[in-house]
Design a protein around this ligand. Structure first.
Ligand code: SF4
Ligand code: SF4
Length: 452
């Protein structure tokens, strides 16, 4: 029987350069976005593929490259497969996620933040509100449709609602144990209120196993970019807390990501920042660093925002600085993004401090969007998934070509970035779109390959 014609996968991105392996072989690096894998191919093979096509390769090589996903049978609709995998993951997840906002207040006043913070809504502080949240989460655990529940503590600054967080955590943990559901929690925090004692309670009692903390640069830059309302600094406290996390052997299961919101104000500070983090003792595999360009939540960030190409170049410089300082980071995505965000799966929801339920994390507390809630914790049926939201048809829209994503080579690791921004008419393409070839090159060099 005739073998089907093979063609190159549409989800391959090649490094701009060739490398010399210690054995003397010349190699090209490529990144397969649908598999989120980096591969090395002989430059001879790459040349044959480019000039004569896959059929010119020996049969064994064709089989090997097909197994790696580099070659696919002609006519394969890879994009349809990627979108269908996302739709299925969003629809049939055995994993339930609650983004819980224990407070509407924040102790910082960052210039680029799109939220409007307020002293707590009365509902947050009442036992009745907490009872309703705990009952909704427990009902999801008891339903038998999910094997695991993740709670993402989000704000405002969640640690301004530390008592609420602790109270709800105790109830969530007990309920998870009662219903034999795996439970884990992630805390998105500015870190200013963290200390060694709170870290122990968060991890050992509240089962937080992942922190996401923001440091915007070396000390002076960070304090300017993320000012505390009290006028005090936070840099020393954050770095001390991260050090305490590393030093406490009971916290070995706790990990952190350090995000830097990058814009015109700190784009050039990569080396100074990475060196400072290394000198603070934070070059440890349990702490992973990443830069994230400042973007608009509907607010005006034109004074800070980097343009698309500039953002890609800046991001690359920050990753290079991390590596040079021995910090840990993920230069290339390590897994495909099937479900892009909470807003695209009814297995996820956002519980706001005033008891409203949202599908999107950038609606509660954001002026102009607070009325986009999809229900309330008092009235939503706890036996059902999140009430329907505006972006639940995301995958249908993707397949229909509603956005530019269908033809994009990085769709499998981007996922379309942000349905809300697409529907507001602002393509949310991350810097990775322009910077992927450079990131592959950085990855190859950091793996010890020498440009030929
Ligand atoms: S729609 Fe955009 S802003 Fe809303 S949760 Fe998804 S990624 Fe975030
Ligand atoms: S958001 Fe932009 S980069 Fe991401 S898949 Fe869509 S077109 Fe590509």
């Amino acid at each position: 029987m005739a073998q089907p014609e093979l063609v190159l996968s549409r989800y391959l991105v090649f490094s701009p350069t060739s490398y010399r392996h210690p054995s003397g072989r010349l190699l090209r690096a490529l990144y397969h976005t649908a598999r989120a894998r980096t591969l090395l191919l002989d430059t001879r093979t790459v040349d044959v593929l480019a000039t004569d096509g896959p059929a010119a390769l020996p049969a064994g090589e064709q089989t090997r490259l097909t197994d790696l996903g580099v070659l696919v049978p002609a006519g394969t609709d890879e994009t349809a497969e990627v979108i269908a995998a996302g739709a299925q993951a969003a629809e049939t997840s055995r994993h339930r996620q609650f983004v819980v906002m224990p407070t509407a207040y924040c102790n910082m006043g960052c210039g680029y933040c799109g939220q409007r913070h307020r002293r707590d809504a009365p509902a947050t502080r009442t036992v009745r509100h907490r009872d309703a949240v705990a009952a909704r989460v427990e009902r999801a655990m008891a339903g038998g449709d999910h094997d695991s529940v993740l709670v993402r503590w989000f704000g405002g600054e969640p640690l301004m609602g530390y008592a609420v967080l602790r109270d709800l955590s105790a109830r969530f943990v007990a309920a998870a144990d009662r219903h034999q559901v795996a439970y884990s929690a992630l805390l998105v925090t500015n870190g200013a209120l963290l200390d060694a004692r709170k870290l122990r309670s968060l991890h050992l009692d509240c089962r937080v196993d992942q922190l996401e903390i923001t440091i915007d640069g070396p000390q002076q830059v960070h304090e300017r970019s993320r000012p505390l309302n009290s006028g005090q600094g936070s840099y020393d406290r954050i770095t001390a807390a991260l050090r305490a996390m590393l030093d406490d052997t009971d916290l070995a299961g706790l990990r952190a990501t350090v995000r830097s919101n990058i814009g015109l104000h700190n784009a050039g500070q990569a080396t100074e920042f990475a060196t400072a983090m290394r000198d603070a003792g934070l070059a440890d595999p349990r702490i992973r660093f990443y830069p994230s360009p400042v973007h608009s939540w509907g607010n005006d960030v034109s004074d800070l925002r980097l343009r698309q190409r500039q953002a890609a170049e800046t991001e690359l410089r920050w990753y290079a600085a991390y590596l040079a300082a021995g910090l840990h980071c993920r230069v290339l995505p390590s897994q495909p993004v099937r479900v892009v965000c909470t807003a695209t799966s009814r297995h996820s929801e956002v519980l706001a401090p005033d008891g409203r339920i949202y599908s999107c994390t950038e609606q509660p507390l954001v002026p102009g969007f607070t009325d986009e809630h999809v229900g309330s914790v008092d009235t939503a049926n706890p036996r059902q998934l999140r009430p329907a939201g505006r972006f639940d048809d995301w995958y249908t829209g993707l397949a229909a070509g509603e956005t530019g994503c269908r033809n994009c080579p990085i769709l499998p690791v981007c996922g379309g970035a942000c349905p809300k921004l697409w529907r507001e008419g602002t393509p949310p393409c991350p810097p990775l779109k322009d910077g992927l070839a450079g990131r592959i090159d950085l990855f190859a060099r950091s793996s010890g390959l020498v440009p030929a």
